[in-house]
Design a protein around this ligand. Structure first.
Ligand code: SAM
Ligand code: SF4
Length: 353
């Protein structure tokens, strides 16, 4: 398939172990990558139970006192933007719409200078009611997760009978002027891999931008199997049976999705091949968990606590310095497709996808 050659790893040489970020005030790592994209998990809770993400009974939720307050989140986002060079902020979870203060958090983020690009990743439940308020608060674009268009399948995949709410949410997001409205879909073998074409047709017809995400070994049940993952290559073959796909060949920079024009455009489809074509060498992300831990990577084995600093009176620059140090130690790559890979103890929903 055109446009899907392996991505060369072109990291600079690591500096000596123990080196510090030096005078660079940004979130630079020892390989020279600079994080400008912040993912903030607003909660570990969720109102769906997607089989690849959470067990039916849910997880042992973080105690409320450990979750950052709205003010604490606003302060950390401000430090990230004003002192650390963050230019994009994505709010996620768990389910970010479960956070009652989401609109106020977005408004506080939108008031920062330079104003970051702001987005939300959501399962869409409750979005119909809130899309306009979110847009009015300063939200620019949104990603809604939708793995199937079939109500019965949705019910077994998400363990809740809520597909109607998600589809309503998508329409409301479009009506509220959020652009683009992206749809995230994870295909699983024998579950929904026969819906690649239907999902793309639905998105093209409705003006949504579809992105397929390769399933990663981050589910709470530790049930990921390489052979059950539907790889980018296979997704493209399935789509090509019905659509003409032309690589957009835009510079990938830190953008994980590779995109194709659908039938000559303007509609596009993206594939995030985190497993088979990792983009670690261009990664520009830093992550803040709902309980105030910095992770330099989804797959990090360690975290750096900022909540303790926040709650013991640290000044902004002390917090910024701890954050810089956390990112300096970012690993070269996640190694998911290698034999020595170990799944992190936190699942996707508690890290923030
Ligand atoms: N609840 C929100 C949602 O579903 O959009 C936000 C959090 S969810 C963890 C973010 C995204 O991660 C969703 O698109 C979901 O499909 C995806 N996701 C969850 N577990 C995954 C996994 N193991 N591999 C790949 N993507 C995953
Ligand atoms: Fe909830 Fe999102 Fe995980 Fe599904 S993928 S269970 S909606 S956090």
């Amino acid at each position: 398939m055109k446009g899907s050659e392996p991505i060369p790893i072109t990291l600079g040489p690591a500096r000596r172990a123990g080196d510090r970020p030096g005078t660079d005030r940004r979130l630079i790592d020892a390989f020279g990558r600079v994080a400008t994209d912040l993912r903030v998990s607003l909660t570990d809770r969720c109102n769906l139970r997607c089989t690849y993400c959470m067990p039916a009974e849910g997880l042992a939720w973080l105690p409320r006192r450990e979750i950052l307050t709205d003010d604490e989140i606003n302060r950390l986002v401000r430090i990230a933007v004003e002192r650390l060079g963050i230019r994009e902020v994505r709010f996620t979870g768990g389910e970010p719409l479960l956070r009652p203060g989401l609109e106020r958090i977005i408004a506080a983020t939108a008031a920062l200078r330079p104003r970051p690009d702001i987005s939300v990743t959501t399962n869409g439940i409750g979005l119909a009611r809130r899309a306009q308020a979110l847009a009015d608060s300063g939200l620019q674009r949104i990603n809604v997760s939708l793995d199937t268009l079939r109500a019965d399948r949705f019910r077994s995949l998400a363990r809740r009978d809520r597909i109607g709410d998600v589809l309503d949410g998508l329409r409301s997001a479009r009506r509220a002027g959020l652009r683009p409205v992206k749809v995230n879909a994870v295909l699983m073998r024998g579950v929904n891999d026969d819906e690649a074409v239907d999902l793309l047709r639905y998105c093209v017809d409705n003006g949504f931008e579809l992105r397929f995400i390769e399933q990663m070994p981050l589910g709470a049940g530790w049930a990921w199997r390489r052979e059950n993952m539907v790889a980018a290559e296979e997704i493209l073959v399935r789509l090509s049976a019905e659509f003409t796909l032309t690589p957009t060949r835009e510079p990938r920079a830190g953008a994980p999705a590779e995109r194709w024009l659908v039938d000559g455009g303007p509609a596009t489809v993206g594939v995030i091949a985190s497993v088979t074509r990792p983009f670690c060498s261009a990664c520009d992300r830093t992550r803040l968990t709902a309980d105030g831990q910095i992770r330099s990577c989804l797959f990090s084995a360690s975290e750096t606590d900022l909540r303790g600093l926040l709650r013991t009176g640290a000044v902004d620059e002390q917090i910024a310095d701890r954050w810089r140090l956390a990112m300096w130690g970012k690993a070269a790559g996640h190694g998911v497709d290698t034999s020595g890979f170990a799944q992190p103890s936190r699942s996707m929903s508690t890290i923030g996808g």
